[in-house]
Design a binder for this molecule. Structure first.
Ligand code: AMP
Ligand code: GLY
Length: 421
């Protein structure tokens, strides 16, 4: 069959790359995709009805949605209405990511451990709550804000400024409601799990690096690198996460009658007492977690996704290469603030010759040249028998690639490396 991937970032390149390896797949389309993705056909359609029409006319038997925005806007509902198979929650269930207040209520209702919080629709009450609780404290715009809606405030002033920002419209309607949350200290992990309404099955664990600079300093970004597995998720931790988070999540989906046939990506904070608490739900794959996790997957990804859509996940067994994986993001100088586009990139083929996999996120083909065209530009991934070897292999790839003002973090996976040594 032919398959369609919705999205155009590094995560979607990794998904399309893995789906294209399935012997059952003839052609992979991606909307919008990127003409630089080898063997993947770009489709310039954004309207959901038109895209469903395209799927019908082009033998698309399965559609996979990468980003949260189309899921929250109801792409699954539209494709289903046309009897098309699609992976992801419907619009109602996508609120688990689309509204932080909704997610908080879901967690409270179903006994899922998370930070204590209050939800507010005006600055006065939110500010009063901050003064009562004190800093550090976390301010979250309720709706989707392209990863910019969360402020981890170390002082009361910062917290009050973040509240003002939300209520003066910095995030549009997304900031009209604000969740103020207890600060959790500990180590984060990304837990991805497929959910078919009857069963929940986790993928391999991973961890990303959200801060721009080495040592996890500087501004928040979409993610500067990731690795899998995450050593903080020991066997014992998996048991705790399964019992206190994954199973209650599944029960909650059932009790609330949510239509969820897709992936949930749960941001977890393991606190100092070894208790896992949920920071957030996402209803899609993580970026760059996906670029680190999928190279370790030994199954046919299409089989796994079809099992999820067809409610046969209970019969599906994930198999993972007994290897470590590291993904390093190469970004445009200046990111996450302003940066220049249109610089020619060289060395991608040489990087691939080292054995690294280069996923293209913010690139553009022009006059036969590959140019940088976004903040996060490339995701360079590699496997190794140890985390040290995977790090070495990923950076061997990175070092082949250059363009004017390319930047990347040199310490991806440092926590795991410290543990290994
Ligand atoms: P998000 O944009 O929702 O992924 O959140 C961004 C980051 O903010 C998370 O990855 C955490 O590092 C941090 N964060 C969110 N909630 C909390 C919390 N309650 N305590 C500490 N850090 C948090
Ligand atoms: N890597 C974090 C995210 O995809 O939201």
């Amino acid at each position: 069959m032919n398959v369609l991937v919705v999205g155009g970032g590094g995560r979607e390149h990794a998904l399309a790359w893995k789906l294209a390896q399935s012997p059952k797949v003839e052609k992979v389309f991606a909307a919008p995709g990127n003409p630089l993705w080898k063997g993947i056909e770009p489709v310039a359609i954004t309207d959901f009805e038109e895209l469903a029409q395209f799927a019908k006319e082009n033998g698309v038997g399965f559609t996979m949605v990468g980003p949260e925005v189309p899921l929250c806007e109801g792409i699954v509902d539209v494709f289903r209405a046309h009897d098309l198979k699609i992976f992801g929650p419907d619009k109602n269930a996508a609120q688990l990511e689309g509204s932080k207040a909704y997610a908080k209520e879901f967690m409270l209702r179903h006994g899922i451990p998370t930070a204590g919080s209050g939800t507010f629709t005006n600055a006065q009450e939110a500010s009063a709550y901050v003064k009562e609780m004190g800093a550090p404290i976390v301010i979250k715009a309720d709706g989707l804000a392209a990863g910019k809606g969360v402020t981890v405030a170390m002082t009361e002033e910062e917290a009050l400024a973040a509240i003002d920002e939300c209520f003066t419209g910095a995030f549009g309607v997304a900031g009209e409601r604000v969740v103020v949350e207890e600060f959790l200290d500990g180590e984060e992990a990304s837990i991805l799990a497929f959910v078919d309404g009857k069963t929940i099955k986790p993928l391999a664990s991973s961890q990303d690096h959200k801060r721009r600079f080495e040592g996890d300093k500087g501004p928040n970004t979409g993610g500067m690198g990731a690795y899998s597995p995450a050593p903080v998720v020991t066997d014992d931790m998996w048991t705790k996460i399964d019992e206190t988070v994954l199973q209650p999540f599944l029960k909650g989906v059932q009790a609330d009658n949510l239509d969820f046939h897709g992936i949930v990506f749960i941001g977890i904070m393991v606190d100092k007492n070894g208790i896992p608490k949920v920071l957030e739900f996402n209803v899609r794959f993580g970026d760059p977690e996906t670029e680190a996790v999928l190279p370790r997957l030994e199954n046919d990804l299409l089989d796994a996704m079809l099992a999820t859509v067809d409610e046969k996940l209970a019969e599906f067994e994930f198999q993972w290469a007994d290897k470590h994986s590291v993904c390093v993001i190469m970004a445009s100088g200046g990111y996450p603030a302003s940066y220049e586009k249109g610089k020619e990139i060289s060395g991608i083929a040489a990087a691939e010759e080292t054995g690294a996999i280069v996923f293209q996120a913010g690139t553009k083909l022009e006059d036969g040249k590959t140019l940088n065209n976004g903040g996060r530009v490339l995701a360079v991934s590699a496997l190794g028998d140890t985390i040290g070897e995977a790090v070495e292999n990923a950076y061997k790839g990175v070092e082949q690639i250059s363009w004017d003002a390319a930047v990347y973090r040199k310490d991806i996976a440092y926590r795991a490396l410290e543990r290994e040594q």
